[in-house]
Ligand binder design. Sequence first.
Ligand code: ACO
Length: 410
Amino acid sequence: VGPDVIDIRKLYAQTGKFTYDPGFLSTASCQSAITYIDGDKGELLYRGYPIEQLAENCDFLETCYLLLNGELPNVTEKAKFVKTVNGHTMVNEQMQFFLRGFRRDAHPMAVLTGLVGGLSAFYHDSTDVQNPEHRAIAAIRLIAKMPTLVAMAYKYSIGQPYIYPRNDLSYTSNFMRMMFGTPCEEYVPNDVLVRAMDRIFILHADHEQNASTSTVRLCGSSGTNPFAAIAAGVACLWGPAHGGANEACLNMLEDIQKMGGVAKVGKFIEQVKDKNSGVRLMGFGHRVYKNYDPRAKLMRETCHEVLAEMGLQNDPLFKLAMELEKIALEDDYFVSRKLYPNVDFYSGIVQRAIGIPVSLFTAIFALARTVGWIAQLNEMIGDPEYKIGRPRQLFVGATARDVTPIAERA
Ligand code: ACO
């Protein structure tokens, strides 16, 4: 199908031979027109637009519109989209009782996996994934309700009352208010912090066929409802090799800080290079980027802005992260393996400065990635050639044998 691409389906039809590719290192699982990555150049485009331009000129809801519809909205289209999303920000009041079933110290991703899957029990008019109208309204509901659910999970964990959404605010201001507002006083959003959070959302909105997106596609390919498919994506994102890396990265920085901070960076890097240690430099490396992740560059810029706004220019973890990056980028171990900072390397420091607790970092990622998941699900179901995902296996177990009666087994 292209100069560097073999369509193996024809070979399979002719010969019955299939490929063995654990981890999908060299297998495209689908065609997609949503997100393009050039891993060697460190380039990321949503629907053809460079991530840098989107982060500079657009807000998150415009980015959502783009990912879902293929084009950026004009003023009228944006106003209509914002109004539609705002009309769905509340969740059914029964969700509170669902939430109350969890321990207060439950991990927010455990809670979110349950709550998102639970949405399918409330919206029977948007559970038929084959129906484009159902998918469209499910997409709006998911984008609109994720901030409410994440903020509810946070408020529940700290024992504060939930703050209901306010639809005269922007998407991101509304989220910040639901997170940090209280019934006792009016929450006044800080523009720099809102813009930083909005940028985090834009940078995390989609990233083609990563593990969680592939999970959503595979799960959705069975015809399950969109809420269930997105809940599967949330579950997959939780892992430390994927969305959980931002939390793991911040924890790593805090551990190095406790060990002695910048002075111990060299020692830590030596530990990472020792394969027997099992320690990885979290927030570094990527399956596709073999160059600097463009999102990490933008996140580092945002980090400077947020820390300056908060008067935290001397933040020890930021200094530590910059020192780690400097040493790693000069070290042959990282250079030869083309390991560069990924988006998670700086996003944790930004979120921490904004006041987001570390355990909520991955839930914020899930909030932002929801639009990518749903856009990818739509694209798959809308493709007349789509089939249920069903990978083959290379069987290496026992060949056929007879069952020995239990009394005679050794
Ligand atoms: N620290 C130290 N060594 C690393 C790291 C790292 N962060 N990442 C990769 N390597 C080494 C591996 O040990 C391996 O070395 P070898 O060739 O000597 O065996 C080589 O680099 C290739 O690594 P793989 O694990 O084979 O690469 P893969 O593409 O499978 O993994 C991954 C990519 C999971 C992102 C990996 O780089 C990693 O674990 N990074 C840390 C976790 C992280 O930051 N994840 C976030 C990814 S971005 C995102 O999800 C938003």
